[in-house]
Design a protein around this ligand. Structure first.
Ligand SMILES: C[S@@+](CC[C@H](N)C(=O)[O-])C[C@H]1O[C@@H](n2cnc3c(N)ncnc32)[C@H](O)[C@@H]1O
Length: 265
């Protein structure tokens, strides 16, 4: 069909306009993130400090957000009521992205971190030394049993499990819950996040060799109840200071507590 010249140029103008609008939307949303990552990508090849930071970031997840994610972790726990005298167990502590802020905030001997990766724990130990926090006597333990074979202390006021629950299948989640029930003080609280939506992560995604499992608050509750724990969904982690532009910002944070109040040991 023949279209009059004036109509055709009108359509082209509209198409070009739509293209500009789309490009502008893309730049507005994604460019700050990709420019940040690009700068980081270049810096890590030139500066030793950026290379080291890159290695630390690689042990926890998103690159280029170390300080923001540390801030999220300590802010969230303070929001949930953690005070300097409380005892904290950090399960899957990694290289202490949150751990350093926790140790700095807590009184001496109140922080215990466990992780399956010795490499991450070694990096964490070095950060403790560099931050001058050794006198706080934090305890770091390598464990593939969520502390069952290594931890003697119970009665933790807070158990924190950031960005790890979704790497555990149902069997591991059940084992974790059994340990949480043992280690959590009678009025203690456990916090951990599960994948939320919208999200690009699927069951076939993986991170550093760890698969992803799409647990829901309901499926976690079913498992947690077997260990006498209740579950409350507190909503998206971005509401607690997690940078919303970072993938996983839509994750939901769960609060677990003993179903029945227990006598203090
Ligand atoms: C995404 S990183 C999160 C690290 C830290 N919690 C944070 O938010 O900064 C997940 C961590 O969980 C640890 N992890 C995975 N499976 C584990 C298991 N079964 N027992 C203990 N740690 C585990 C990994 O080694 C890694 O350090």
């Amino acid at each position: 069909m023949l279209v009059p010249i004036s109509n055709r140029s009108g359509q082209s103008i509209k198409r070009v306009g739509a293209m500009f609008a789309k490009t502008f939307r893309y730049i507005r949303w994604f460019a700050p993130l990709s420019f940040k990552l690009k700068r980081y990508e270049i810096a890590r090849r030139i500066f030793p400090s950026a290379k080291r930071q890159y290695e630390l970031d690689s042990m926890v997840g998103p690159w280029g957000y170390w300080e923001e994610l540390r801030h999220y972790q300590i802010t969230a726990l303070k929001t949930f009521g953690m005070m300097p005298h409380h005892r904290l167990l950090d399960i899957g502590c990694g290289p202490l992205q949150g751990g350093i802020a926790f140790i700095r905030y807590l009184d001496a001997v109140k922080y215990t971190g466990i992780d399956i990766s010795q490499k991450s724990l070694d990096a964490g130990l070095q950060l403790i030394e560099e931050a001058g926090l050794s006198s706080k006597e934090p305890v770091l333990l390598r464990s593939d049993s969520f502390g069952k074979n290594e931890l003697t202390e119970r009665n933790f006021d807070y158990i924190w499990c950031s960005q790890m629950l979704y790497h555990l299948d149902e069997g591991l989640l059940e084992k974790l819950m059994a340990q949480v029930a043992k280690f959590l003080a009678p009025d203690g609280r456990f916090y951990g996040d599960i994948i939320g939506y919208p999200n690009e992560v699927t069951e076939s995604s993986s991170w550093n060799g760890f698969p992803f499992y799409m647990h829901t608050a309901e499926s976690v509750e079913k498992i947690a109840r077997r260990s006498g724990l209740t579950v409350r969904n507190l909503g998206q982690i971005s509401s607690y200071g997690y940078p919303s532009e970072v993938i996983l910002g839509t994750n939901n944070i769960l609060e677990l507590a003993h179903e029945q109040p227990l006598p203090r040991q």
